[in-house]
Design a protein around this ligand. Structure first.
Ligand SMILES: [Zn+2]
Ligand SMILES: [Zn+2]
Length: 367
């Protein structure tokens, strides 16, 4: 099968034929229907975050189960599934606290580049190729642990389901699960890419008011208005914190969300919340980045700053709910998708993403 392989940081991905072994005990072979072009993969391509190489990238995907290994109980061949880049064991300390995004299982997959039995299913000419976060969906097919799939209704478009696997869950989940924004709360979202727009969708869904969105690209701000932003701020021409205070009667917002992964933007998002407010950092910053905030402001104003990973999701509960909201027309996930590319054009898809030309594009790997 064909897959996009990263051999070396800062080199283009190579789309080539690989051998994919069948699923072993507890594993599932999935034909990839769509794979989202997420900015997080770029951190690994660019060497900002370490990873075992060579590997097949892609962590935002959905597809159809073709084969299951022994002992698999959650899906059968023919089932449609979302792939999880944070699979969860269901019974460790964090899973039992309802925080499966912090499960040890995902950490193990990430650090080894292998599946749970410590081996890879991917080879090229006998040489091992590594998995990426247990997903590796920039490929026609992939083998994943059964804990890394969530079955979904077959009538949901796979490109919509793929986005639920990362951007949408991350953004909507940050608003609904991590920050628990109540109706009428004032919200700021910094960054209007796929995750930022998902925060906007989440804020609109819970009835936040106003929903202020900041970005550096005019076209992205226009898009944000389509997703429920009530006000936009061009952060290149205006001081963000000042603009937000102006729009909120001098006070600042109740909740802010940073969806870029820039410590500077996180600090602005912290300053832009009113006293008692909460700033939630959602974007993935490069390894070793440090965040600087005013320590007095933190205490005197009883502000909160917190991280949100994967929308603090409990995927088996949240993902079917998000898809139900999509089908009811309350979560316009399909409108995030501005372009579709064949797998061969993966490098072009990343060029367009980095140039700010698209909110989200998807790779359609084909048969
Ligand atoms: Zn992602
Ligand atoms: Zn666990």
């Amino acid at each position: 099968m064909r897959a996009a392989v990263l051999y070396e940081a800062r080199q283009p991905l190579r789309v080539e034929e690989l051998e994919l072994d069948g699923p072993r005990d507890g594993e599932v072979l999935v034909r990839v229907g769509a794979a989202g072009v997420c900015h997080s993969d770029y951190h690994f391509m660019n060497g900002d975050l370490p990873i075992g190489l060579p590997c097949v990238l892609g962590h935002e995907g959905a597809g159809v189960v073709e084969e299951v290994g022994r002992g698999v109980t959650v899906v059968r061949p023919g089932d449609h599934v979302v792939l999880l880049f944070r699979p969860n064991c269901g019974h460790c300390e964090f899973c039992s606290q309802g925080r499966p995004a912090l499960c040890w299982m995902a950490a193990q997959l990430r650090s080894t580049g292998h599946l749970l039995d410590g081996t890879s299913r991917l080879r090229r000419g006998g040489a091992e190729i590594k998995h990426f976060l247990g997903v590796s969906c920039f490929a026609e097919r992939t083998v994943v642990p059964e804990q890394g799939v969530v079955p979904i209704p077959a009538d949901v478009p796979l490109e919509v389901a793929a986005l639920v696997g990362c951007a949408v869950m991350t953004g909507v989940g940050a608003v609904m699960n991590t920050a628990r924004v109540p109706p009428g709360a004032a919200v700021l979202v910094v960054g209007a890419g796929g995750v930022g727009l998902s925060c906007v969708m989440g804020a609109a869904l819970v009835g936040a008011q106003p929903v202020i969105v900041a970005d550096l690209v005019d076209s992205k701000l226009e898009t944000a208005m389509d997703f429920g932003a009530t006000h936009v701020v061009h952060a290149g021409t205006r001081d963000l914190v000042e603009a937000v205070r102006e729009l909120t009667g001098g006070e600042g917002v109740d909740f802010s969300f940073e969806a870029i992964g820039s410590p500077r933007a996180m600090a602005q998002a912290f300053r832009a919340v009113r006293q008692g407010g909460t700033a939630t950092a959602v974007g993935i910053a490069p390894l070793g980045s440090e965040l600087s905030i005013d320590a007095g402001e933190l205490v005197y104003q009883e502000k909160t700053i917190r991280g949100s990973y994967y929308g603090s999701t409990r995927p088996q509960t949240d993902m079917p709910r998000l898809l139900r909201l999509y089908r009811a027309g309350k979560l316009p996930i399909d409108r995030l998708i501005s372009r579709r590319y064949p797998l061969e054009q993966v490098n072009e898809a990343y060029r367009a993403l980095l140039a700010g030309e698209v909110a989200r594009s998807v790779l359609v790997p084909g048969p």
